[in-house]
Design a protein around this ligand. Structure first.
Ligand code: TXA
Ligand code: MG
Length: 333
């Protein structure tokens, strides 16, 4: 084990917070069994305590010490873990999970991430790691090291774990942003995990993500409800304005107003002083991985120049469903 990884794992074990990359977005992690450590996450993120955390584990056997898996949950974990799927299961009696992680629920969201740094950190810490996305509550999730640093570099207690040239490194608070370019790790998928609830009579998707409803249905061989967008759902934090830039954002835009910056997809032509295309080729997977980075740049520029953001239509298919879900929440006033 490298010194830095060892150090990060120790940091977790003694009840501190470590920011680390996953294949979806960066996480802000703490020992899921340590109440004081988990409370630090809520404080640093300014996260409402009614919003539970996902518990990240390193193996199926570790997952089974925390949650009860029915046949569907087992099928799904078998196919999609490690990977970008969080499965909500009933909390196992006697499971050693901090109260604040559960936010009063009797269920727990579990996930085995596939990113090596995340996995090694969990396995070396020897404890499950509770980790929300590494951004201030309600803001756009962090998909690159520089996003994490921007948010938390004043937090002396946050250890930022990264990887360069086959070595683990710790990002120091003083590291200038331009130096991060050589090591910056852009999260592969760039959008949070799909969350599926296995605890009710019918399986339900609580949050859309890279793993689509169709892919999940194929594995379990039955219809899955999609509760995330329209209905009251189990996780209170999920219906609020979320993933939101500081400036206003308008969706499904065909032509720009004078005070708007354009975020394009495929052949749309929202042209402004600063504008981006999420994927010129119209590739939704590429678009998802670019979404938060481009939104953040537009947001900073728009804020400085008193502008707003306008987004071209994104097709509601495949991972486009998750992209549109995030955009709709971002646009709630
Ligand atoms: O991809 C991801 O899931 C990332 C990376 C770091 O793993 N994590 C992430 O965490 O997006 P967070 O906290 O930003 O979003 C977790 C969502 C919240 O909306 C929370 O309400 C929901 O998961 N959640 C957690 N436990 C739950 C439970 N027992 N039942 C229903 N929803 C739950
Ligand atoms: Mg989040």
């Amino acid at each position: 084990m490298t010194d830095i990884l060892d150090h990060a794992a120790k940091f977790i074990k003694i009840g501190n917070v470590v920011a680390f990359p996953t294949e979806t977005v960066y996480g802000l992690g703490a020992d899921a069994s340590n109440e004081r450590a988990c409370q630090k996450i809520f404080k640093i993120k300014k996260r409402p305590n009614i919003n539970p955390l996902i518990v990240h584990v390193g193996s199926m056997s570790q997952a089974k010490t925390i949650g009860e898996f029915n046949t569907d949950a087992l099928k799904l974990s078998d196919v999609f873990w490690p990977g970008p799927l969080s499965i909500v299961v009933p909390l196992k009696r006697g499971a050693n999970i901090a109260k604040s992680v559960l936010a009063g629920l009797t269920t727990v969201a579990l996930r085995i991430p596939s990113h090596n740094i995340a996995l090694e950190l969990i396995r070396n810490s020897g404890t499950p790691i509770a980790a929300p996305s590494a951004n201030p509550s309600g803001y756009i999730s962090a998909t690159a090291l520089k996003h994490v640093k921007e948010h938390f570099s004043d937090e002396k207690d946050v250890f930022i774990l990264a990887y360069r040239k086959e070595q683990y490194i710790q990002i120091e608070v003083q590291t200038p942003l331009h130096e991060l370019n050589s090591i910056d790790y852009q999260c592969q998928y760039g959008i949070e995990s799909t969350i599926i609830d296995s605890t009710a009579n019918n399986l339900a998707i609580l949050r859309d993500g890279f793993i689509t409803k169709e892919a999940l249905e194929k594995v379990v061989g039955k219809t899955i409800e999609q509760t995330s967008r329209w209905m009251q759902i189990k996780a209170p934090g999920m219906m609020n304005r979320h993933y939101s830039p500081k400036v206003q954002i308008r969706l499904n835009v065909k032509s720009l107003e004078s005070n708007e910056l354009g975020l394009n997809f495929a052949n749309s032509e929202l042209k402004s002083n600063l504008s981006f295309n999420l994927s010129l080729m119209g590739d939704l997977i590429e678009a998802a991985s670019n979404l938060y980075t481009k939104l953040r740049i537009l947001d900073n520029y728009a804020k400085l120049n008193r502008l707003t953001i306008a987004v071209a239509p994104i097709p509601e298919v495949g991972i486009g469903v998750a992209i549109n879900d995030r955009l709709k929440r971002a646009a709630i006033k």
